[in-house]
Design a binder for this molecule. Structure first.
Ligand code: HEC
Length: 128
């Protein structure tokens, strides 16, 4: 059977578009960031550790989707932003190391880490 050349082109285009968009999240980088940036602040502000395994995958997904941190006073995203990393990188190694990672990629990394470490995730985890 002969395939119409236009279809081949379309298929190649679709493949290219999907590879250009898909970002393969790095849960290990998410873990480092969560532990070094999120957890260190939680421990310092006297609320203590917030273990990833304290929430289910669905709860984490909803939490990140809503993007309301500290009972809605602010967003979660701001603590992942380049701006925030730049602000704390003098005293935070992870923020310094990941200073140039695009916000969305780092957010994905954290999300993937939280989901895999959730109560019902493949590897439930505490902060430390
Ligand atoms: C500057 C300090 C600080 C940083 C950085 C920080 N948090 Fe928080 N976080 C808090 C405080 C304070 C609370 C408690 C707010 C309250 O109970 O009123 C909190 C609460 C939470 C909660 C409990 C639910 C809620 O929102 O009240 C979750 C989940 C959470 N943080 C996730 C994160 C994640 C994920 C990050 C990193 C991307 C992060 N936090 C970074 C200070 C911080």
């Amino acid at each position: 059977m002969r395939i119409h050349p236009m279809l081949t082109l379309l298929a190649a285009g679709a493949l290219f578009a999907s590879t250009a968009q898909a970002y393969d999240a790095d849960w290990k980088r998410g873990r480092v960031y969560y532990r070094s940036v999120c957890t260190s602040c939680h421990v310092a502000s006297p609320i203590g550790q917030i273990n990833p395994s304290a929430k289910t995958k669905a709860e984490w997904t909803a939490y990140l989707q809503a993007d309301k941190h500290a009972k809605g006073k602010e967003s979660v995203k701001q603590y992942v932003s380049k701006e925030y990393r730049a602000k704390i990188k003098g005293s935070n190694k992870a923020a310094e190391k990941f200073a140039d990672v695009p916000d969305q990629e780092l957010m994905e990394d954290i999300k993937v880490f939280l989901l895999r470490s959730a109560k019902d995730g493949e590897s439930p985890a505490s902060c430390s």
